[in-house]
Each structure stands twice: as C-alpha cells, then as structure tokens.
Design a protein around this ligand. Sequence first.
Ligand code: ADP
Ligand code: MG
Length: 613
Amino acid sequence: MADIIRLLPDNVANQIAAGEVVQRPASVVKELLENSVDADASEVQLIAQDSGKTLIQVSDNGKGMTETDARMALQRHATSKIRKAEDIFSIMTKGFRGEALASIAAVAKMQLKTRQANTELGTEIKVAANEVESQEYCQCPQGTSIKVQNLFYNIPARRNFLKSNQVELRHIIDEFERVAMAHPEVAFRFEHNGSELFNLPPSSLRQRIVNIFGKRYNEKLVPVDEETEVVRLEGFVGKPEFAKKTRGEQFFFVNHRYIRNGYLHKAVQKAFEGLLLEGSHPSYFLFMEIDPARIDVNIHPTKTEIKFEDERVIHSIIRTAVKHSLGQYNIAPSLDFEHDQQYSPPPQNKSVEAPGIYIDPNFNPFDKAPQSGGGGSSSGHTKMPSAYQGSRPTSQESRQWESLLSKIPEIPDTESQKELLESKELHAVSYLQIGKKYLLKSHGEGLMLIHQARAHQRILFEKMMRSLANQQVAAQQLLFPVQVSFNAGDYSEIVALLPSLREMGFDLDEFGQQELIVHGIPLFLENPNLEEILHRLLEESKNHSSHSKEDLQEKMAAEMAKVAALKVGTVIEPQAMAHLVDELFACENPYHSPDGRPTIVNLALGDLDKTFA
Ligand code: ADP
Ligand code: MG
C-alpha cells in the first residue's frame, strides 16, 4: 500500500496553530501589546475599529527589528526570546513560543513597519494569507507598528463565530487592562472607532488602577505587601464593603504576566471569609514575583495558566498576607498571622481610613440610607424616610399621610400602650415594631410578623412595574444635574442601557469623556446617591443573562426598590406601620420581596402553644 502520511504545508500548519493563539480580536491585541512590552517600549498605542474586526493596530517606540528579523518574525517558531529549551525556565518576557505573528499572519492581512534606533530607514512588510506580498524600505519612527486588518477574512466560519461588537470590545478592553496593569511604568493609549477610551501615563500601580477603573477606586484599595523566600507579593485588595456582585476585578499577575488560577483565588476568598455579604466577590490586584525556575508558563498556548512548584505555600502566603492587610486597616476582626513580619506603612495610605463595615448577618447589602434630610437609618428615632413619602401617588393619600405623621407617638412602653389600646387608635397601635426590623400584629388567633424593609421593597417594586406597564413612570427633575463617571469598559455598557434607564424614569445623557449627566430621576428615588445606583443597575445588567428587556427592567426595578425602600433599623410610627401593611396587602404578591425572600411570617396559635409546651 502507498504511504499516506504527509507533512502539512506551512500555511496549513500556521492556520491550525492560529486556532489556539488567535480566537478573537482580543487575542491579537494581547499578543501585539505583549510584543511591544517585550521590546522595551515606553509608549504603546492601540487603535481598533469595529471591535477589532476590521482593524487592530499597535504601535510602539521599542527597540524595533532589523530588516532580516522583521522577515523572520513572521515565521512559525521564530523568536528572539529563547534559544534553548532550558531558557523557558528563566523566561522574563511575555512571549517565547514564536507563534503569535505567524498565527496572526495566517488569518488576517498584516502590515508591519519597524525601525531600529541606529538605522535611517525602516522596513515595511505586507502579508496576506500567510504570503509576503511586499517588502520595502520605509520612513517610520523608531519602534514597531503592526496593523492587522479584516481578521479571519479567509476563514468565514471563524468570523461568523465572533460575538457582537459590544462583547468583542469588552474582551479587547479586558486584555488591554491586563497588560496595562502589569506595566504601570509604560504609557498606554487606546483609541476605538476614533474615540479615546484610555490614555494612561506612566505611573504607580495604584494610580494605574485608578486611571483604568475610575477615581472611585482610590479609596477602595488596601495595600498588600509581603516578601518571602518563595514569592514577593504586592498589590491591592478592595475593601470588603466595595465588593461586587460580578466577578469583575480579580487579577493575579506572576512576573508581570496576567494569569488565572482558581486555587489561588480561593486563598483570597478565604482571607475575606466572614467579611463579604453573600453573593459578592472581593476585588484584588495581586502581583507575584517568583523565580522563573519555580514556575512553568508553557502549559497553555496563551500562557494564562501556569504551573507553580510551590502552589500550596503560595496559597497560604496569599491568604495570610491579604488577611493581614485587611486586619491592619481594621477590616478583619481577627488575625492569624503566624510568621513575624515587618509591615512598613504603605507609601500611599493617605486615603485609607478605618472603614465602617458592620458585620450584621441580616444586613442588606443594598440598604443604604437615603441621603435626604429626615430619612436615614442611623439617626435613631426618625419619621418615615422621605423615600417612602416619595412613593405616594395621590395628593389625597398624601394628606392622609401627613396627618398620620404629625402624631408621632414613641414606640409605646407597656404603661402607655395600655392607655393607647384603650383609646380610639386601636387599629394603629395594634402593631408593634420589633428590633427596628419587624412589625408584629395580632392576627386572628395568632401573630403575624412582617419584615419592614422587604415589605416596602415589594410595594415600591410593584408600583414601578405598574407604571412601567402603563408607560407612565413618574419622574422628577433634579435642581442640579449630576455627573456620573464610568471607566471605559463600564461606559460602553451603560450607554447601551440608556434606553431602558430612560423608560424607567431617568432623564440622562452622554456627557463628555465617559460620563453621564443626569437631569431627572424616577420619582420614588428621592435624592439617591446616583453614582451608587447607576453602578448598581449596571452590575445588575452585567449579571443578567437573559436578553429580554422586560426581564432586565424587572431586575433593575427590584434593585431600585432596594435602594429606595425604608431600611432595617428605621423606627416606624404605629400609624405608618398600618399604612405600610395595608399597602403590602394591596400588592399582587405580598408574601415575597422582589428577590424572592419572605416578607411575612405567620405564627398560629398552635405554634405558640407548642412554644409554651
Ligand atoms: P514571541 O513573542 O513568542 O517571540 P512573536 O511571533 O510574537 O513570538 O514575535 C516574534 C519575534 O518578533 C519576537 O521574538 C521579536 O523578536 C519580534 N517582535 C515582535 N513584535 C515586536 C515588536 N513590537 N518590537 C520588536 N520586535 C518584535
Ligand atoms: Mg509574542
């Protein structure tokens, strides 16, 4: 029989290899940015169009390539970064497999311009479908600029697999952020469809994080700093009270390479144990420096997974160091730091104060007292928060309410309670508030307990949903418009949400660089912290898997109800309790809060009898 095994032609082999290296535009971005950093550039610029589908261009002022190297760079397994197998174990560069440029050239049109400092003319090479079309001398600045056009133009199946522009842009931003964060000493700029998304000057790590994720991060970061024989660990963790519902900001870097590692992630989670509310995730930006001989970065084509020789040791170092940092800033209640460490105060700790975290198992993460006067859970005995007043629809109801509020009996003690019980206001006073949290009412022959915060959430939620259904959302104009800023990644997502937000009663527009300006808000919100609420709504939409607008609006309405509803810890007058309960029972589903937790618990006489048995 004839021999049937053949060596694959280079272009086929390259295309197959490209399948591993180049999955989407973001993979090209990653490889090109990493090459620029490896070339010791101090300035790197990324320009993309249509989320990288039509154009990705990365230019740097790094060391450039000679004429021959420029040509060689396009070959598979052509690299300047290692020479022999052992070199992999002392690798300090991002690349070393020599595959990226060959892979990209196999699946896109590519133009490369490069010049070294000591030469007058640079080299320009054009490649399409793995064939060099031309090579010429050119005038160009020192460094390298690589333009990648029409990705996957020769592989329609892969092109069709690409996701929406918004999703692909998000992936690009993720890769950009990872490289930029790993190298705060390098200036990075990113322009997409003609508008600048990032312009990051060389800076400290803290400043880089703030420049990427927004000013709000400055006060959120707690430094981590730990030096051991195995690893040098530094970076930041986010204070627990800023933990997010989405797993957005979790970054490990090893020798300035972004990596994923579920096991080490657990170490951070352990350090945060007991500090986070259920369903929220810690943020971290942790940099490890490890002797390259003790890790293997070559177990994955894109090198985001690596193998550690001392994984368990590193796990425990991370856990203790993070816990220690949280403890130092009075965040963690206790420490279990075994080895003796000298922690010098971090240089940038100006903004770090003892944070106010309350570890109350019943605390609702979304409960935040409205900023409006009169409301507020911490000020002891208060009237109904203004947020509640804001939900009143009719003026008649409103008068009723005012008159109720004008008589403000204290929570009655037993003596005066007796008097009151004998008075005409029997109905109102048949409610008692327990622990500033539950309302108690005798009910038939038993008792009914109502969770005040959840009950109010349900009421507000149904009002919101009703007005959405009737397309009559009551809105109020703000006296002073409020500007809210976002980081680039979030901004593209919130802009996509604008139509939904407007339908829900927000009057807001795009404004300047990554900012929204808010002119009006849904009526019942009453002076909310707009920054807070818009970021929450954004989180809600990121978390949201279904594509239906109605579902999303329902989620957002529930979120807003949480923010606006009266809180656990608010003292409520008996009359107001009666009103609250009446409104609750007027709801379609009085028994559950919008997120499905019980609002009412009944204790029948039989249950009480059992308790006394
Ligand atoms: P690797 O990075 O694994 O070596 P690549 O295919 O990404 O493989 O690049 C091949 C070679 O081309 C690199 O080793 C480097 O010598 C050269 N090169 C690529 N990009 C640049 C750049 N921006 N500046 C200078 N040299 C570069
Ligand atoms: Mg490379």
